[in-house]
Design a protein around this ligand. Sequence first.
Ligand SMILES: *[C@@H]1O[C@H](CO)[C@@H](O)[C@H](O)[C@H]1NC(C)=O
Ligand SMILES: *[C@@H]1O[C@H](CO)[C@@H](O)[C@H](O)[C@H]1NC(C)=O
Ligand SMILES: *[C@@H]1O[C@H](CO)[C@@H](O)[C@H](O)[C@H]1NC(C)=O
Ligand SMILES: *[C@@H]1O[C@H](CO)[C@@H](O)[C@H](O)[C@H]1NC(C)=O
Ligand SMILES: *[C@@H]1O[C@H](CO)[C@@H](O)[C@H](O)[C@H]1NC(C)=O
Ligand SMILES: *[C@@H]1O[C@H](CO)[C@@H](O)[C@H](O)[C@H]1NC(C)=O
Ligand SMILES: *[C@@H]1O[C@H](CO)[C@@H](O)[C@H](O)[C@H]1NC(C)=O
Ligand SMILES: *[C@@H]1O[C@H](CO)[C@@H](O)[C@H](O)[C@H]1NC(C)=O
Ligand SMILES: *[C@@H]1O[C@H](CO)[C@@H](O)[C@H](O)[C@H]1NC(C)=O
Ligand SMILES: *[C@@H]1O[C@H](CO)[C@@H](O)[C@H](O)[C@H]1NC(C)=O
Ligand SMILES: *[C@@H]1O[C@H](CO)[C@@H](O)[C@H](O)[C@H]1NC(C)=O
Length: 463
Amino acid sequence: MTSKPTVWQRLVTCLSSLKSYLKVLCLVVTVFVLLQICSFQITKHSLSLPPSLFTYLKHQPEQASDNKTAYLVEKLRESVTFLPLKDYRFSNKPLEGHTWFMSSLLDNQTKGEAQYQEFPSDSSKGKLLCLKGIDKHDGSWNYYALALPEAIPTNAVLQKGLTFVSYNQYDYYNLWHGLSTMVPFVSWSLRNRCERPQKWVLYHWGELRFEMGHWLSEILRATYNQEPEFTRFIDQDNPVCFEKAVVMRHDQAGMSRERRMEAFDHIRRKARSYCNITSSKPRIGMTLLLRTGARAFRNETVVINVFRRECKRVNGCELNVSYSDNLTFCQQVELMKKTDVLVSPHGAQLTNLFLMDRNSSVMEFFPKGWLKLAGVGQRVFQWGANWSGMRHEGTWHDPVGETCEFLDTDRRCMSVYKNAMIGHNETYFGEWARRVLDKVNNRMKQNITEHNHSYDSLDECRC
Ligand SMILES: *[C@@H]1O[C@H](CO)[C@@H](O)[C@H](O)[C@H]1NC(C)=O
Ligand SMILES: *[C@@H]1O[C@H](CO)[C@@H](O)[C@H](O)[C@H]1NC(C)=O
Ligand SMILES: *[C@@H]1O[C@H](CO)[C@@H](O)[C@H](O)[C@H]1NC(C)=O
Ligand SMILES: *[C@@H]1O[C@H](CO)[C@@H](O)[C@H](O)[C@H]1NC(C)=O
Ligand SMILES: *[C@@H]1O[C@H](CO)[C@@H](O)[C@H](O)[C@H]1NC(C)=O
Ligand SMILES: *[C@@H]1O[C@H](CO)[C@@H](O)[C@H](O)[C@H]1NC(C)=O
Ligand SMILES: *[C@@H]1O[C@H](CO)[C@@H](O)[C@H](O)[C@H]1NC(C)=O
Ligand SMILES: *[C@@H]1O[C@H](CO)[C@@H](O)[C@H](O)[C@H]1NC(C)=O
Ligand SMILES: *[C@@H]1O[C@H](CO)[C@@H](O)[C@H](O)[C@H]1NC(C)=O
Ligand SMILES: *[C@@H]1O[C@H](CO)[C@@H](O)[C@H](O)[C@H]1NC(C)=O
Ligand SMILES: *[C@@H]1O[C@H](CO)[C@@H](O)[C@H](O)[C@H]1NC(C)=O
């Protein structure tokens, strides 16, 4: 019997607490709505101001002044929103689609061309790109935003002229990765009246970089007839907005073979002209480009002798044996101009292959273990040869070498094999060299005149 009042009591308590719940809920909703309005007013994307916001701003009571334009411009300045350059949400697929770099923006994907972004442009609705932050270790502490030219943030600096903003997933010292990053810019320039950048901004994972390897900066100096200048931001808080900016974040992806060859042809010509190369080439030039240390030949004497012997067999063939480490940039350009057959271990020095005349040949050597363990990356110079109009004549994988304590297919072995030395097989090297030289010899016989003049006629640069 005593249980009934208790039930009533509970119900009453429950109802009254429900009331207070509703009150609290109502309060929360009110605060939320207020916050939304506030945040809209202060920070909502300048990227797409909704028309309602304009109406809202127009009817602001503070706007006693009769200059509505000035007022709106001020509001637009304040509304520029900076987002982190590196978006950790996409760290599991950093290079796909919009990538983790400037992830809110999409690329112009014209068929056959490099994917790029241009600011201001139709797709940016006339807005400029602004960058902020000086972090060299974590790209999520550097920022980007879009702003109308009339309403860049109050504390921003306007950078005049064209700026190239480069994203590199690897680094600016490795010849191959560095060059791959630069090729789409060169291609863009070729399509845009040879326009060249006043400044560069270099990012790696959204982290700022202020320099690149010597070889790569020589390539840029030669290509654009000027020293590349890398932007340094003054401080953490002052953004820089660019009068005109072109952003590349996909290396050569999307470029057709024709476009790639056009860009490589252009860089080759510019490099030769920059280095004042006038020397004549032998009828057939064969070059052994050797490495010291990692991936050097274990017995260079034997290897040199095999190729010297095969070269001697062919009329007009000259062998040059050089170490990539002790050649200056222009010596490399000159040597490649004289080379029809490039013989070299897998390594960054092979990036020079595109500096040979078109249709020249490449022979590449690997230490033991790479074939099974190194993945598709070991094919970069096959791609590089194809993209620059050369002929990759195959690879030799050393069947013997360092011993690894695990199975040959165990990934842990790669650290043992990666930088090991390369042996030789005199019989195989000899037969292979003979095959390649015969092909080159036939090609030369067929149209010596054409070959003689192929580059003189192309030497006139478009830019
Ligand atoms: C209003 O402000 C804008 C921007 O500051 C300025 O260009 C314009 O001349 C001003 N107009 C008048 C009538 O003051
Ligand atoms: C992409 O670039 C082409 C050529 O410059 C241009 O015609 C086109 O409008 C651009 N598309 C976008 C979405 O910006
Ligand atoms: C090439 O020649 C020009 C003009 O003679 C000279 O100014 C320049 O320094 C030379 N370049 C190189 C890399 O030697
Ligand atoms: C290279 O091989 C030759 C011939 O087999 C041999 O005489 C020479 O000692 C070897 N050199 C080295 C550094 O192993
Ligand atoms: C080139 O480098 C090799 C190996 O590092 C060295 O033995 C040789 O003396 C160098 N040659 C020249 C001309 O500097
Ligand atoms: C090989 O080429 C380099 C660079 O062009 C040159 O300095 C060297 O004299 C050449 N060596 C031979 C043996 O031709
Ligand atoms: C390269 O070879 C291709 C195919 O054989 C030929 O059409 C082209 O004319 C050659 N190019 C040069 C520069 O020799
Ligand atoms: C070279 O590239 C073209 C186009 O990407 C491709 O069709 C061709 O098979 C490639 N050739 C070689 C030898 O890789
Ligand atoms: C060297 O190459 C020849 C020719 O391809 C091959 O028959 C021979 O088995 C190879 N020798 C070794 C030790 O791999
Ligand atoms: C030159 O050689 C290339 C490839 O070998 C061939 O396509 C081209 O027709 C030749 N040109 C002449 C004039 O013989
Ligand atoms: C090729 O060029 C060399 C040097 O410029 C010249 O002596 C030779 O006569 C030329 N050959 C042909 C077939 O034009």
